[in-house]
Write a protein that binds this ligand. Structure first.
Ligand code: FAQ
Length: 309
């Protein structure tokens, strides 16, 4: 006799989507809530580093583009919270766990944005890494997450281009502008590689997540894809990637690259990066200041429902 777990795995192996009313193992549900909530929190906290430059964008045109991008990130957070809610978790619950430091968000958003060139580097590298990781998630076995990722990937692709275009302009500008671009690359390169998570051998979830087809490609393979895609783009800009060990390996058909500072990675993941405290404090303050909006919206919805009844 086949067990529910075996039936579930057979459905996954047949490339069918799991939908909210379907039976699923508790571990599958919990793992998805963990990943989707982290992803949603990353989009929302990720608005802060770029939000910092909206009022200081060099032209009205740049300001309009940056505002649209930051708004897109808010939209991604909302689709993702909705996807997580289909698994039976409440949005407020996820917020509370984030605010208490019990839910994670991507390490990348704990670094400061020091110059306008950082807007270019975030679009090019951070959104570039996000797309590399998220294209596989459009094929995730859980339907609501996979569908949310289709639209998110399209928007991230626009974000990546807008960032790269900022850097093209800076690199074609004065020597000071090109230096700004190099400085941004120097600061954002390694944190961008960290976005893909620990080495496969150290990863807690990869093996099970790949068996359940939540993840389709491992952390190290995605990181390699990102490096292979990005090195020629840096060459086109005339910028140097800050890694003395970076070189093309014709035998592997990939770039070899140096080791990430894992001590720094875990320090940031555990809450002790350069901006962790500020990011979380800002998030909690925004949540508290928005209480009246949530209350007004809930009261309006309740009144409407009472009228309709
Ligand atoms: N930061 O076992 P694994 C964006 C944790 S969105 C912090 O390998 P998994 C858009 C991991 O949670 C960026 N923590 O984990 C944007 C786990 O801890 P746990 C976010 C990290 O899940 C652009 C432990 O380490 N993208 O950028 C990180 O199989 C610009 C062991 O790790 C997503 O969330 C990290 N970098 O693989 C917005 C995509 N890496 O939970 C604004 C969806 C690992 O047991 C501006 N997520 N950890 O306590 C994923 O694909 C996966 O969750 C990975 C990690 C690949 C991130």
């Amino acid at each position: 006799m086949t067990t529910p777990e075996e039936k579930f795995q057979a459905l996954i192996d047949a490339e069918e989507k799991v939908e909210p009313p379907d039976w699923m193992p508790e571990g599958y549900r919990k793992n998805l809530i963990r990943q989707i909530a982290q992803h949603a929190h990353s989009e929302i906290i990720g608005m802060q580093p770029e939000g910092n430059w909206i009022s200081r964008a060099p032209t009205l045109h740049r300001k309009a583009i940056l505002m649209a991008k930051v708004q897109d990130e808010a939209g991604h957070g909302l689709y993702l919270y909705s996807a997580a809610e289909t698994l039976g978790v409440k949005r407020d619950e996820m917020q509370e766990l984030l605010h208490q430091g019990k839910h994670k968000y991507s390490s990348i958003f704990n670094y400061p944005t020091l110059s306008w060139a950082d807007m270019g580097a975030i679009g090019w590298l951070v959104d570039g890494a996000a797309i590399t990781n998220q294209v596989m998630l459009t094929r995730c076995s859980y339907g609501p997450y996979a569908r949310a990722m289709v639209r998110i990937c399209k928007e991230e692709s626009f974000h990546q281009r807008q960032g790269y275009e900022i850097l093209i302009r800076l690199c074609q500008g004065t020597s000071e502008q090109k230096e700004m671009a190099q400085d941004a690359l120097d600061r954002w390169w390694w944190p961008s590689l960290m976005m893909f998570g620990p080495h496969d051998s150290e990863s807690t979830h990869t093996e099970q997540s790949m068996e359940w087809k939540i993840k389709r490609v491992s952390n190290d393979d995605l990181r390699q894809q990102f490096v292979d895609m990005t090195v020629p783009q840096a060459e086109y800009l005339g910028l140097e990637i800050p890694d003395p060990e970076l070189r093309w390996n014709p035998e592997r058909g990939h770039y070899d690259f140096g080791e990430i500072d894992w001590e720094e990675f875990w320090r940031v993941v555990k809450g002790n990066g350069p901006m962790n405290r500020e990011r979380l404090e800002h998030k909690v303050r925004a949540w508290e200041e928005g209480t009246w909006v949530r209350e007004a919206a809930a009261a309006h919805a309740a009144k409407k429902a009472a009228r309709a009844a």
